[in-house]
Write a protein that binds this ligand. Structure first.
Ligand SMILES: [Zn+2]
Length: 140
């Protein structure tokens, strides 16, 4: 299931917490291309945990704990010294998967952001009104 989101993903473990399931994943790759200059790097700068919300599974809200690598870029002509791994299922700076963002937009289209936030937080993912407003602005 995790592989369907991104072929690079490797499942580590999961646990149930209240109305949510936490899924722990990491990339199976030990190298990445710098998104700024395209040069490949194998030198890991640091590894950190990124929390990303996703669509629910069997009524449970999903929170993905991604072990994300930061690499050094050694290209002297590149303006960036480090870069974070990229994945297909979420935008580099987002804290929600693309498919969750799409669902939030769909739900918010025909109702106020307050009632959309209420509905989403009850059954899909913990989403605030301001998140919805930001997504709607971006989607326009
Ligand atoms: Zn670079």
């Amino acid at each position: 299931m995790i592989k369907m989101m991104d072929g690079k993903l490797e499942y580590k473990t999961h646990l149930f917490e209240g109305d949510s399931v936490y899924i722990y994943v990491k990339s199976s790759e030990n190298q990445a291309d710098c998104p700024h200059c395209g040069k490949e790097s194998k030198k890991v700068h640091l590894i950190y945990e990124r929390k990303i919300q996703d669509l629910p599974i069997q009524g449970k809200k999903v929170l993905i704990f991604l072990e994300r690598k930061n690499y050094f870029c050694y290209n002297a002509e590149c303006r960036h010294r480090t870069f974070a791994e990229r994945f297909d299922f979420f935008e580099p700076k987002a804290r929600k998967t693309k498919r969750l963002q799409a669902e939030i937009l769909r739900v918010s289209l025909n109702q106020s952001s307050v009632s959309a936030a209420k509905y989403l937080s009850a059954s899909v993912a913990n989403v605030g009104k301001s998140t919805i407003c930001n997504l709607l602005k971006k989607g326009r």
